[in-house]
Design a protein around this ligand. Structure first.
Ligand code: PLP
Length: 440
């Protein structure tokens, strides 16, 4: 196709913000290309035999489609998405990969969709420059914490393509939380398409390294300007994005120490500990501070008279140990209402069951059992799992005034490392897997 000068000029002007992106990113690319070739080399060097056993036809149980309330009204579609790009002067410089404190930097754009029952339901979704929200001071979210969120990531693969991980799981979990909060549900497939578009527009914010990724924070809030404790007839679904670095400082072992204090409870039967609702997290901050004041990094949440282990901070917990029959077994508490149904948790269970090299079990376990297993040298590993850190090994628990040492870091070929590698290999596109969805 031959273009006239006028058309070329038009296109340059129309795409000038992309050009600016492009030039800025070339500088960044130069410093990361060498890193990528190194990685590719390393990958060839250490072919992981355990990993090639994943079958391409591997499938897990897809979440059941959500049932919308009969009076939900119209649902939004990705095809209605409008885009208002940031002007070149609004574009933010990208931070250094070494300086990526969690949730500190945000990309240039965000996505929004309003719901107004009085207007017939969901309105058309839009992508806009990142901007502050204007809310009525009576908005329900500000009084009764009518809010829920998700946490997912976009990864730049070793082939340069961007992937998100099992987004249908996040969509399902978000819709279930919306129902529990009296907020409107939405079509997860359409929302995922909108998110993909948003990530694609801000694609140069997806770090060019395996040491970092782009965190997606879909959020749903009730914005009815009325003080009644009632379901909200207006809501805002929005998504912001932040580049995030490695959860742990390079060089550190990454192992964490925990405060386990049975005086505190995170979740209880019949409650909403199994939903990602903002109201679950504010009450944990004080306990987290108490842990920090004792030099401990996270809180181990216990439940019940028998001190069951439920979660670590905002992570699910796994134990690898030798069971009463002398077999190695990986165990995590069951989804009994006290446990956030982590997508990392589900993925690790699926992978480990598929490997079939050790027993995999969903069952509760208690602090007295942990202490006994340690005494008998049958406890091998304890670790937390979640999107933010993937896997976080545990080396010490402060419990009832005593320090309990966990031998997680003393294993020669630990399971936590193996599952971490298996998951990140999928996320960064080192292997093809149906869990990874490519964003174009
Ligand atoms: C988000 C979260 C997790 C981990 O869920 P993933 O889907 O694996 O990221 C675990 N526990 C709590 C309390 C959480 O909020």
């Amino acid at each position: 196709m031959v273009l006239g000068t006028k058309e070329i000029c038009r296109r340059v002007i129309r795409n000038q913000h992309k050009l600016r992106h492009y030039i800025q990113q070339q500088i960044r690319l130069c410093s990361t290309t060498s890193l990528r070739t190194q990685e590719a080399q390393k990958q060839e060097d250490d072919e992981q035999p355990g990993f090639t056993t994943i079958r391409p036809d591997f499938s897990t149980v897809a979440p059941k489609p959500i049932e919308h309330d009969p009076d939900i009204g119209r649902l939004f579609k990705a095809s209605e998405l409008s885009v208002r790009l940031a002007s070149p002067t609004q574009l933010q410089p990208k931070p250094d990969v070494d300086d990526l404190a969690f949730g500190k930097y945000f990309t240039d754009h965000m996505m929004k969709a309003f719901y107004h029952k009085s207007l017939g339901g969901w309105q058309k979704p839009e992508i806009t420059p990142l901007e502050s929200l204007v809310l009525h001071p009576a908005a329900k979210v500000l009084h009764y914490a009518v809010e829920l969120f998700e946490g997912m990531k976009a990864y730049r693969g070793v082939d340069g393509r961007i992937r998100i991980f099992r987004p249908e799981m996040n969509m399902h979990r978000m819709n279930v939380s919306a129902k529990r909060s009296g907020l409107p549900t939405f079509d997860g497939v359409e929302f995922t398409k909108c998110l993909s578009r948003l990530v694609s527009i801000d694609q140069e914010w997806v770090p060019h390294t395996e040491a970092a990724s782009l965190y997606l924070r879909p959020t749903l809030i009730g914005i009815d300007p009325t003080l009644g404790v009632a379901s909200s007839d207006s809501a805002l679904l929005y998504t912001i994005l932040c580049p995030v670095g490695e959860y742990f400082k390079p060089g550190s072992s990454g192992a964490v120490s925990l405060l386990a204090d049975p005086r505190y409870t995170r979740a209880w039967p019949g409650g909403v500990g199994d939903r990602k609702m903002g109201s679950n997290y504010a009450p944990t901050i004080h306990v987290q501070k108490e842990a920090a004041s004792k030099g401990l990094q996270q809180v181990l949440w216990l439940y019940g008279e028998d001190h069951q282990l439920t979660e670590v901070g905002t992570m699910n917990i796994f134990m690898f140990y030798i069971n009463d029959n002398g077999e190695k077994e990986l165990i995590t508490p069951p989804l009994n209402g006290l446990i956030l149904p982590g997508i990392t948790r589900d993925s690790i269970l699926s992978l480990a069951r598929q490997w079939g090299r050790f027993k995999v079990n969903e069952a509760s376990f208690t602090m007295p059992q942990v202490c006994q297993l340690i005494k008998e040298e049958r406890l091998l590993e304890l670790f937390g799992t979640g999107t933010a850190c993937v896997v976080s090994p545990i080396e010490r628990i402060h419990y009832l005034g005593e320090d309990i040492l966990i031998p997680t870091m003393e294993q020669s070929k630990p399971v936590f490392d193996e599952v971490k590698k298996a998951l990140t290999d999928i996320q960064y596109g080192k292997v093809d897997h149906p869990w990874a969805m490519i964003i174009d």
